[in-house]
Design a protein around this ligand. Sequence first.
Ligand SMILES: [Zn+2]
Length: 286
Amino acid sequence: MQLGDGRESSNVEDRRGGGGFGGRGIAVGGGLGSVVLVVLALLFGVDPGVILSGGDPAPARTETQGGGAPPADDAGSRFVRRVLAETEDVWNPVFQQMNRRYQEPRLVLFSGAVQSACGMAQAAVGPFYCPGDQRVYIDLDFLAQMQRQLGAPGDFAAAYVIAHEVGHHVQNQLGVLGRVQELRGRASEAEGNALQVRVELQADCLAGMWARRAQDARQILEDGDIEEGLNAAAAVGDDRLQRRARGQVQPDSFTHGSSEQRVRWFRTGLQSGQLEACDTFRPARP
Ligand SMILES: [Zn+2]
């Protein structure tokens, strides 16, 4: 990627180094936030019980980080700030065109564990978005590990993950997450999973749409970047992850979509650059 000396977003909160347990009021709820966390836990093969600590306020702070926070301007956090700025520069005008205002999300960098309005999350859950506090949570170490272990290397693969989480924020702003949460309330488990798949595929499409628009405006992509993104989308398909984790595939339990679906919707957003193209709820089979 060619982020060069691009703008750095000021919406990043650095809570690495154990600073994540500040005394903010924690609104732990069931609802979609938890669903998103559970989904991510499944995605990365973690027991959801580990991350949903109910309403426990302020858990004991672990001292495993060696006490020192990394410098606030390390390469990893600069990269995240630039990618986030790119998403802001894409989504602000898209919302303006709809006569709406894009409320930029905050992005929290954390290590170890973090308290969110969706509950307590361990870094092992991977990146996630919490609708309750409109924040994207990213653990840089985990991102690096994911790139190694899932075979999705490259800076654009990491950018794709961030853009996907920001995509959930866009869905939240557009009211998609709220409507889906309502529908899930009266759906069977299989139907609920199918709805969640459409949510995830739409976030993939929005990530593609972001890449297209950022590219058109500022030429951020280099040779091989698109392949990195497509490869990352394929690497986190439910079928591939389930096969890795259990040796077999159970489509009913998919919550993110197959590798083929994720690649296809990322590509759809990338090729069109249009919100209308990302209606993953319309086709009978997304
Ligand atoms: Zn997602």
